[in-house]
Design a protein. Structure first.
Length: 321
């Protein structure tokens, strides 16, 4: 990976990471890579994760209570499943330092603002965030320093918050840029709608098609596996994503997902009709348009132009959310 941030001076004194899975350990590694924090404190709920992260040496201190981890931290980043963010915010609130920034990495934003917001004390800046970067792997061993490089991180700041808050947003923007990401500011509701179609519905389709194939009676499971390279295999990668994370995404972004699913169903029905009535033009025109979309994603640097996602060339990580 290209070295795009040669600067190694700390830009924040003390950072606390609550949750040390894929995103938490990737953040720790991204910070370590550039020396972005003078001290990185980490919290994980299980002893197993705490031991693993301590062994890796990617944080400076590991805590078994969230309150001790966040004490004196200038920046607290919540890297836990969306469904527990409210309870985590309630737990850490009394230990937060005045003037600190509290942020998160949750894949959903409106529900997170509703669940976390009420617990954030006066004088602490809550700035919701979502790095659009990930893989189907989870846990402390899945993280890597380059995860956020050239990916987007969306911040959905609260409205009407004043000058000190605006400065905190600038600091968080600078932090994510130094971690390798491009930063975009967006309204939370709009974020949820955009992510519903670019990430949440595609995951639902993958979970559904893999589930359907697993339940087929006339095609054996061994045939599904044997001939998977026909397209099915690519869905199985997405459908291998963390069940807890994705359960929480669908429970917390139901409105936008259902809206996009309704559109999807209508278009699927139109496709069904085109197949039934042998409407060759309709099929050809759609497939030509979709090819263009993939071309645009590659041109925007968000996907490799290598055939088969670069698999034959040993690409280790595939971008996801
Ligand atoms: P992960 O690898 O499964 O890690 C989750 C972490 O949260 C683990 O450290 C786990 O602790 C901890 N945790 C789980 N339940 C908890 C609870 N009830 N209380 C306290 N800690 C708890 O998950 P991840 O992929 O890093 O995802 C974390 C967040 O990032 C989610 O909100 C997700 O929406 C968001 N996100 C994920 C991706 C992605 O592709 N994976 C991309 C962008 C954003 P233990 O290890 O000790 O169990």
């Amino acid at each position: 990976m290209q070295d795009i941030f040669p600067d190694t001076s700390p830009i924040v004194d003390r950072v606390a990471l609550i949750g040390l899975g894929l995103i938490g350990t990737s953040l720790a590694r991204a910070m370590r890579r550039r020396g972005l924090a003078a001290h990185i404190a980490g919290y994980a709920q299980s002893q197993k994760t705490r031991d693993a992260v301590a062994e890796m040496g990617i944080v400076d201190s590991v805590y078994d209570t969230m309150q001790n981890a966040v004490r004196d931290a200038d920046l607290v980043i919540l890297c836990v499943p969306v469904g527990v963010l409210g309870a985590v915010a309630q737990e850490i609130a009394p230990a937060l330092k005045p003037g600190a920034i509290v942020s998160d990495v949750g894949s959903v934003k409106k529900a997170v603002i509703e669940s976390v917001g009420p617990y954030v004390p006066e004088g602490v800046h809550f700035i919701p965030a979502h790095p659009i970067a990930g893989t189907e792997h989870s846990g402390p061993f899945s993280g890597f320093a380059e995860l956020f490089d050239e990916r987007w991180c969306v911040l959905t700041p609260l409205e009407g918050m004043g000058q000190a808050y605006a400065e905190a947003v600038d600091r968080l923007t600078h932090f994510w840029s130094a971690c390798g990401a491009h930063v975009e500011i967006m309204e939370a509701k709009h974020h949820d709608l955009v992510l519903a179609i670019t990430s949440h519905v595609p995951h639902l389709i993958a979970y559904n098609i893999v589930g359907t194939a697993a339940d087929l009676e006339d095609v054996t499971r061994s045939e599904v596996i044997k001939y998977s390279a026909g397209g099915f295999r690519d869905f199985t990668r997405i459908a291998a994503s963390d069940p807890t994370m994705w359960r929480d995404v669908f429970l917390n972004n139901s409105e936008a997902v259902l809206e996009m699913l309704a559109r999807f169903s209508e278009d699927l029905t139109a496709l069904q009709r085109a197949i039934r009535w042998k409407d060759a033009d309709a099929l050809y025109n759609l497939f030509s348009r979709t090819r263009e979309i993939r071309r645009s994603i590659i041109e925007a640097g968000q996907e490799t132009p290598e055939p088969d996602f670069g698999r034959s060339h040993g690409s280790e990580h595939e971008a996801d959310d």
